[in-house]
Design a protein around this ligand. Structure first.
Ligand SMILES: [Zn+2]
Length: 155
């Protein structure tokens, strides 16, 4: 996959937040790699989504982090994934990121739904960053609430 270019645009970005975004994106790839290991419909038990909470973990970069993964199940396509990541950084500040990923093979409905999720969370003041990777169109979006900035990268 193409490395999302969220550092483009010639601006300076907080490296702590960048590493959190990086980590979330790596985790998204891991979920995609393992997505066929369990029956997604069984996991969703009749709902449109299934959700998993990754236990809080500690590492050198973040004091602690909690992640919630929400997977849209669809019988037309692989669906899409949204990850809600909250991390306390060493400066004591909490950063909350939402990352949505839409796969290459996404159907039109899941693609629209994924973009709707991105747009909806852009308006949610609790999230510092909202990130979208739409692999079906090779489009990457980053919304930075505090900087009041939205970045778009195509291809
Ligand atoms: Zn779909």
């Amino acid at each position: 996959m193409v490395e999302p270019d969220y550092r483009s645009g010639g601006f300076k970005e907080d490296p702590k937040v960048t590493s959190q975004v990086h980590e979330v994106v790596e985790n998204l790839q891991e979920i995609w790699a393992n997505r066929n290991s369990k029956d997604k419909f069984e996991l969703a038990s009749g709902n449109k989504y299934y959700q998993r909470t990754k236990p809080i973990f500690y590492d050198t970069q973040f004091i602690e982090e909690k992640q919630i993964e929400k997977v849209r199940v669809c019988n037309q396509c692989p669906g899409y994934i949204a990850i809600d990541s909250q991390a306390y950084h060493q400066d004591g500040k909490r950063y909350r990121i939402l990352a949505v990923t839409i796969p290459f093979q996404a159907c039109r409905f899941c693609q629209e739904d994924g973009w709707d999720t991105y747009e909806r969370f852009k308006k949610d003041y609790r999230f510092n960053y909202v990130y979208l990777q739409d692999k079906s169109t090779d489009t990457y979006m980053t919304h930075q609430r505090e900087e009041r900035r939205e970045l778009r990268s195509d291809g």
